[in-house]
Design a protein around this ligand. Structure first.
Ligand SMILES: *Cc1c(COP(=O)(O)O)cnc(C)c1O
Length: 401
């Protein structure tokens, strides 16, 4: 659909939770009550003055917001333009994910829920959830694939130290999608007292909209900070990596209706888009239903979900949030991809040029700088979604090779 013909707003799905052709709430009957309760109450709760005050106080004094918007001088010189890094890597727990978990724990409290469940792949969302549950003294259960528990021992230890119970998912491939199934089963069995904290702009309506709104603090700050720095609120480009799409949704949000701002989303190409080991959903996916919403999904001819691959656990997901499927379909955002190798190169480049070790996920966005051409007068903002401490073992291995 050509851009000019789309009359909706990118910032908000319709009342059924659709962004264009994507979204909705495809859930088992047993979850209807929980999701309906959330749908009927989330906006009213989120925009209540006492909620806003507590949310922003915690973002400031606990998370460490606003995060800096840093003009990366040596990186800018390399690309002969102006590049600002939005430093989500400096958030408490090391990534943007805590913006959302803070929001959802406050929401759960106001819904009267006493028990929190979450799913996690690499453990980053599990840690962010366990953190806010400790903060509020609420019971926390994190479902995690048995295979991921073995692969991600430090994050499992963090969750346990924070007081969470980590339950292994032992079915299927014993990874993220199986953990998600277990979490959904738990929610069905405990509809009254439990809130399910989903970690990205995925899941049934209203989750994608709710998570995008919590993460939108990223672009709210970018506009304010750019205005102070450059006199204009608007960059020429905003770049962000996309797994489910929450850091990108947050970084794009307040620019979605500003059509002079070029939005660029970067997916993980793994070993290469056509290698059979990739997570580049917009390139490989077809419309389908995954985890409660209709979106683009990597699947076989008969609709079986394909196991994705990426060197970065946070991008290793066979779907994409419905907002992003819509941004792709309407051409509002440009979608690029970066391979495992591209991302590693970009991570080492940033470390040497700027003294910042990025998360492997964020390194995919950095790598896309090589695929775009910039004018020297451009102002590029790149969302540095997380820090690289968690990826040190991968970086060490890369240095040996
Ligand atoms: C989880 C994660 C991502 C991917 O999730 P989105 O919802 O696409 O943002 C990206 N970067 C980091 C550092 C992460 O931890």
């Amino acid at each position: 659909m050509p851009l000019g013909q789309y009359k909706g707003t990118y910032q908000q799905p319709n009342i059924f939770g659709y962004y264009g052709n994507f979204g909705g709430a495809y859930i088992p009957e047993m979850l209807h009550r929980n999701v309906e309760e959330l749908k009927n109450r989330y906006l009213q709760i989120m925009y209540d003055a006492s909620f806003q005050k507590e949310f922003h106080d915690l973002l400031k004094n606990y998370v460490g917001r606003p995060t800096p918007l840093y003009l990366a001088q040596r990186l800018s010189k390399q690309f002969n333009t102006k590049i600002y890094l939005k430093r989500e890597d400096l958030c408490h727990t090391g990534a943007h994910k805590i913006n959302n978990t803070i929001g959802q724990i406050l929401l759960a409290e106001r819904l009267g829920k006493k028990r929190i469940i979450a799913e996690t792949g690499a453990g980053q969302h599990g840690v962010a959830t366990a953190t806010v549950c400790a903060l509020k003294g609420v019971e926390c259960i994190v479902y995690m694939g048995e295979k991921d528990i073995e692969r991600q021992a430090p994050n499992v230890a963090r969750m346990k130290m924070l007081g969470a119970t980590v339950i292994p998912a032992t079915s299927g491939s014993k990874t993220l999608k199986d953990a998600t199934n277990e979490a959904i089963r738990d929610w069905i069995n405990n509809p009254g007292d439990t809130h399910y904290i989903i970690g990205s702009v995925v899941g049934p309506h209203p989750y994608p909209d709710m998570v995008a709104r919590f993460q939108s603090v990223i672009s709210e700050e970018i506009r304010r900070q750019l205005k102070e720095e450059t006199g204009s609120e608007f960059p020429s480009h905003v770049l962000a990596c996309v797994g489910g799409g929450s850091n990108a949704a947050g970084a794009f949000y307040h620019f979605l209706e500003e059509f002079n701002v070029q939005l660029v989303a970067i997916e993980a190409a793994g070993h290469g888009v056509d290698s059979g080991m990739s997570a580049a959903t917009t390139q490989l996916g077809k419309p389908g239903v995954l985890h409660g919403s209709k979106s683009l999904v990597m699947q076989t001819e008969d609709g079986q979900v394909v196991e994705p691959h990426s060197i970065s656990a946070g991008l290793d997901y066979p779907g994409i949030g419905p907002l992003h499927a819509h941004l792709y379909e309407t051409g509002r955002a440009k979608f690029l991809s970066a391979t495992d190798e591209d991302a590693l190169k970009a991570a080492f480049n940033l470390a040497k040029l700027e003294g910042i070790i990025p998360a492997l996920e964020s390194a995919h966005a950095l790598s896309a700088l090589n695929q775009l051409s910039f004018k020297s007068s451009d102002v590029v903002v790149l969302c540095l979604s997380g820090r690289g401490d968690k990826d040190l073992a991968t970086y060490m291995k890369a240095m040996e090779e």
